[in-house]
Ligand binder design. Structure first.
Ligand code: PXL
Length: 433
């Protein structure tokens, strides 16, 4: 996936195109950039601005579009009218998700748009965007109306809609103590997203928000879903902010490689031909644990499941630590004995699948739920742990799969294990190819 970031260069890398490169990399998208201006700034002060010429602005965009497939665009600092028109002329022919972050002033006080460009900004860029993401100050500036209540907020949104804004996300509203509210106004409805307020001044959060927003929209999520995702992403970035210079902290989000790996593997899994036939009645979960997991809270899984919808298979729910109980418990039991095994998926049981696994040379073990001691049966969540440990016995190497044939009211099941989600998928693919 390629996302184009159109914005200014911030040498502190807290905002602008440098920040977008960090965010998109973390989210596993590739960043293309078109630089509108070079700024000089640090964490305490904002220095000079050298805008790009109309010619180089045009050329950057044309060169990018003549080579790459662009999946979505984020627009940040645009600075002057020449740049605004160059962007408009290039993008007006496209139909791609565009997030416009209408930045006006940096936290350190630098002007990110010239006064003389505000008219063209409203005329050309606001109607072009799929979503605009002003903060309270920017919304007041654009709508020329004060926001100090929920009603005045809606008024401000309506004024921006009249300017041609399709979907509006106003961030960082603090009507109530300790709470921060984001307001999502689409063509159809209005929603408030409430969250805990973090008491910190930082550099970068606005950019993190709009970057996460375009990433989510490109993935086909709705404006509201994307706003929820972006809010969470930004919250974590603010929470992790680091004092890199002498001035204000720069937002920082820790990478979660496990999440990216699992997400990727789930997408691949759902695309395996005829895989819907392998999904059990109780649906499928796919998990990946941290190293040395202590409980299911250390295991990343889907808070819902991978589910069948007709012949298609989709992920319903989000990736969360503690998101799976059963498959996560199986991985915990396996990991106790074999430290490298951290991932698993559950599939529908059939003799045919077992035969396929064995034919491909996989090590398959089983346990018999009918032989489960009563004291374990009666203890919630301990059956799987008992089953996996029983199946492992005194094995010296980890099995690739463990199955059981069910019990009264318990569906038979196959679990495929691997060191990581990619290895699990490879086993699944090999078995069914
Ligand atoms: O986050 C707003 C922003 C965007 N782009 C550039 C910036 C800033 C804020 O400082 O410097 C280049």
């Amino acid at each position: 996936m390629n996302i184009l970031s159109i914005g200014g260069s911030d040498p502190s890398s807290g905002a602008g195109i440098q920040s977008d490169i960090k965010d998109f990399q973390l989210l596993d998208a590739y960043t293309l950039t078109a630089v509108t201006a070079i700024t000089s700034q640090n964490t305490s002060k904002f220095g000079l601005v050298q805008p790009s010429s109309k010619k180089i602005m045009n050329d950057q965009l044309e060169t990018i579009f003549s080579d790459f497939k662009v999946d979505g665009i984020k627009i940040g600092m645009v600075y002057n009218s020449d740049i605004i028109k160059a962007i408009y002329n290039c993008l007006k022919k496209l139909s791609l998700p565009i997030v416009l972050d209408p930045v006006i002033k940096s936290t350190t006080g630098g002007m990110l748009i010239k006064k003389s460009a505000v008219r063209d900004f409203k005329k050309y860029l606001i109607p072009l965007a799929t979503v605009i993401t002003p903060n309270k100050f920017e919304a007041e500036f654009i709508s020329k109306s004060k926001i100090n209540s929920r009603q005045s907020l809606i008024n401000s949104g309506k004024i921006m809609q009249k300017l041609g804004a399709k979907n509006i996300l106003i961030t960082g509203l603090t009507f109530e103590k300790n709470k921060i509210i984001d307001f999502v106004m689409t063509e159809k409805d209005q929603n408030f997203i409430e969250g805990r307020k973090l008491d910190s001044k930082n550099h970068g959060s606005g950019g993190n928000y709009s970057a996460a927003m375009i990433f989510s929209l490109v993935h086909g999520k709705s404006v509201l879903e994307s706003a929820r995702f972006a809010k969470k992403y930004t919250f974590e970035s603010i929470k992790g902010a680091k004092k890199k210079g002498k001035g204000i902290p720069i937002t920082y989000k820790k990478s979660n490689i496990e999440k990216i790996q699992l997400q990727k593997a789930i997408t691949q899994f759902t695309q395996i031909k005829n895989i819907s036939k392998r999904i059990p009645e109780c649906q499928t979960n796919f998990v990946f644990s941290k190293k040395s997991p202590k409980s299911t809270k250390d295991v990343l899984g889907i808070s819902g499941r991978i589910v069948k919808t007709g012949d298609a298979v989709v992920k319903a729910g989000e990736l969360e630590y503690g998101g799976s109980k059963h498959v996560a418990t199986a991985v915990l039991a396996m990991n106790k004995k074999f430290k490298n095994i951290r991932s698993a998926i559950n599939l529908k049981f059939s003799d045919e699948t077992i035969a396929r696994l064995e034919k491909k040379g996989f090590i398959v073990r089983s346990y018999n739920r009918l032989k489960e001691p009563k004291r374990i049966k009666n203890k919630e969540g301990s059956s799987i742990q008992w089953g996996v440990s029983t199946a492992l016995g005194n094995m010296k190497n980890p099995p690739d799969a463990i199955f059981h044939k069910g019990d009264l009211g318990k569906e038979p099941m196959i679990l495929i294990f691997g060191e990581d989600p990619e290895e699990v998928n490879q086993k699944v693919l090999k078995a069914f190819s």
